[in-house]
Design a protein around this ligand. Structure first.
Ligand code: KG4
Ligand code: ZN
Length: 358
């Protein structure tokens, strides 16, 4: 029997301070020995969004406790760990540096291998924590900072099929929540309040829906929400109707664009039985899951979602990506630096800014 690898993962790219100890198992998935997350929701709530300096300070205050808790809960000591993985990007540099530096220090003083993980690869591989999935698969990555369709060909091998040309989907949820004063964090509150509204009440735009392949755009939708919100005054019901109409528009956009992405995936890979993985913080949204499951059934595909606890930022997915990279000898040097921008497909065109032709 081959030795099963155990990794400590550390994540501080945005507003969650997280550490986890993960062990691969006989099934080819992971035993979650610990998965500790210290959320900073209360610190950022009054500002309606993440304040980088506050986030960095909170990471610094919490990181030691979070790592020690992850080790304690796993009932292992550092000696039992085969390697350390920490998120090195993309994200806020002031935040990334804290987890990355502590990860590098632990690896250096314990003389263990170190892996600098791309946060997006963490999300991309996160369903593998619970389900063994063969490559290639189609990934819809929807989070606070990213919205992308990718072919996942293997560890470290990604081909981007489409992305947002402006706001990320999570950002659109967060901004809508802010406009409607629904509370922070935005995604879960829009989902909650949209259940109380009439989803057909407001007619909202579906930007670039009939062009640009599976690329997406949400800026125009956000502007429309802002414009319509001016008609609401203090009518609570209309507020819920607008939240519901926003959620419904998102569902329609994702339905249509994912359909295009599935066709593109089939053409490029020649794989007909497509596995669609939906990952990232927004993948926690139940009506999005329902919509994409319906689409998958219609297109004879299989939709797979990570468990809710692995959708938002966590260190289990970072440790898991670390194990996967370690096994194919993708180790990093201790002088590696944090990166604010780090696309999974380095050949993908940059899709933002003026002059963009679609
Ligand atoms: O992956 P994540 O935790 O952090 C990033 O890597 O960005 O994603 C956070 C995003 C936030 O924008 C949050 O509002 C959104 O995910 N989110 C949701 C839901 N839960 C979290 N959006 C819609 N519905 C949800 N239930
Ligand atoms: Zn994330």
């Amino acid at each position: 029997m081959t030795k099963k690898i155990i990794f400590l993962g550390i994540e501080t790219s945005c507003d969650e301070t997280a550490a986890a100890v993960i062990k691969e198992n006989e099934k080819g998935t992971a035993d979650i020995l610990s998965n500790v997350i210290s959320s900073q929701i209360s610190e950022h709530k009054k500002f309606g969004g993440v304040v980088p300096e506050l986030a960095a300070r909170a990471h610094l205050e919490n990181i030691e406790y979070v790592i020690n808790s992850a080790l304690d809960e796993s009932k292992l000591s550092l000696d039992d760990i085969d390697g350390i993985a920490a998120t090195a990007g993309p994200g806020l540099i002031v935040c990334l540096t804290i987890g990355l530096n502590i990860g590098k220090s632990i690896a250096a003083f314990s003389n263990k291998p170190f892996i600098a993980v791309n946060h997006l690869e963490g999300h991309a591989l996160s369903p593998g924590l619970e389900t063994k999935i063969e490559f290639p698969y189609l990934l819809l990555l929807i989070s606070g900072g990213h919205t992308q369709f990718l072919i996942v060909k293997g560890i470290n091998q990604y081909e981007q099929l489409g992305t947002t040309i402006d706001d990320a989907l999570g950002e659109a949820f967060d901004k809508t929540a802010k406009i409607l004063n629904l509370g922070y964090p935005g995604g879960p509150s829009v989902e909650k309040f949209s259940k109380l509204g009439d989803k057909t009440f407001f007619k909202l735009p579906e930007p670039i829906i009939n062009r640009a392949g599976c690329n997406l755009s949400f800026a125009g939708l956000k502007t429309a929400v802002l414009r319509e919100s001016k008609k609401i005054n203090n009518n609570e019901q209309m507020k819920y109707d607008l939240a519901a109409s926003f959620q419904n528009t998102i569902n329609n956009i994702l339905y249509k664009k994912t359909k295009i992405a599935i066709e593109m995936f089939k053409k490029k890979t020649q794989v007909q039985k497509v596995k669609l993985i939906v990952a990232g913080g927004v993948a926690a949204n139940k009506t999005i899951r329902k919509t994409l499951t319906k689409l998958s059934k219609e297109m004879k595909c299989e939709a797979i979602y990570p468990d809710i606890r692995f959708c938002g930022d966590n260190a289990a997915m970072i440790a898991w990506a670390g194990i996967k990279r370690y096994k194919i000898k993708l180790l990093d040097k201790i002088n590696i630096e944090a990166r604010s921008r780090w696309p999974l497909d380095k050949n993908a065109p940059y899709m933002k800014g003026p002059g963009l032709k679609l």
